[in-house]
Design a protein around this ligand. Structure first.
Ligand SMILES: Cc1cc2nc3c(=O)[nH]c(=O)nc-3n(C[C@H](O)[C@H](O)[C@H](O)COP(=O)(O)O)c2cc1C
Length: 194
């Protein structure tokens, strides 16, 4: 299966989630492409702690997503920071750049999975996930839910994986989110490969 992971991140949280998806799906033998969306302000974020600067540099070294990045993928995994209860403007700009694909039905029948980072549990991370799935619907894609059995004894939103950063720059992904993404990657393969 060909997978395109498209993300936006400013402080590195969503980036680390994207990396965990990349690792989880590659470990299962999938052909994975990891792409950042265009962000003209990224370089303004460089005045930050050392570890996070490494994340930023790694992000900037990744290829920039274009409509072609998703047009030949079977599974499209989209991740965004929550900005005012929505995807970030940069992620939305990427979505809008695929208008030509929408017009020609090029993403119809593909699978879509969502993840988000949010400042806190009341911050509307689920709205960010919902915005991704609304986009998926318009594009004719099928949204993959998160099963209630994802991690025994833990609750995760049905719409995707959310990590809460409390507004911090990311140095490492917390183990709870890492485990959830790992399990979700296994579930994605179960659903997407028939
Ligand atoms: C412009 C802006 C708007 C934000 N709006 C929200 C919000 O509505 N809800 C929330 O929980 N966090 C909000 N946040 C916080 C981010 O979602 C949070 O810090 C997230 O972890 C950032 O992800 P990143 O490290 O990948 O950039 C906002 C941050 C910015 C910069």
């Amino acid at each position: 299966m060909k997978v395109a992971i498209i993300f936006h991140s400013i402080c590195g949280n969503t980036y680390l989630m994207a990396r965990a998806f990349e690792e989880g799906l590659r470990a299962k033998g999938q052909d994975v492409g990891l792409y950042r969306v265009a962000d003209l302000d990224w370089t303004s974020q460089l005045d930050i702690p050392q570890k996070t600067e490494e994340n930023l540099k790694a992000m900037m070294a990744l290829p920039q997503a274009t409509p072609e990045s998703v047009s030949d993928a079977d599974l499209i995994v989209l991740g965004s920071p929550t900005h005012f209860g929505n995807v970030s403007a940069e992620m939305k700009a990427f979505m809008d750049s695929t208008g030509g694909l929408w017009f020609h039905g090029k993403l119809t029948g593909k699978m879509c999975a969502a993840f988000a980072s949010a400042g806190n549990t009341e911050g509307g991370g689920d709205l960010c996930l919902q915005a991704i799935h609304t986009y998926a619907k318009y594009m004719g894609m099928a949204s993959v839910p998160v099963p209630v059995t994802l991690v025994s004894g833990e609750n995760w939103p049905a719409l995707g994986i959310i990590q809460y950063s409390n507004g911090k720059y990311a140095e490492a992904l917390d183990q709870r989110t890492e485990r959830a993404i790992k399990n979700y990657c296994v579930f994605l393969l179960k659903i997407c490969i028939k």
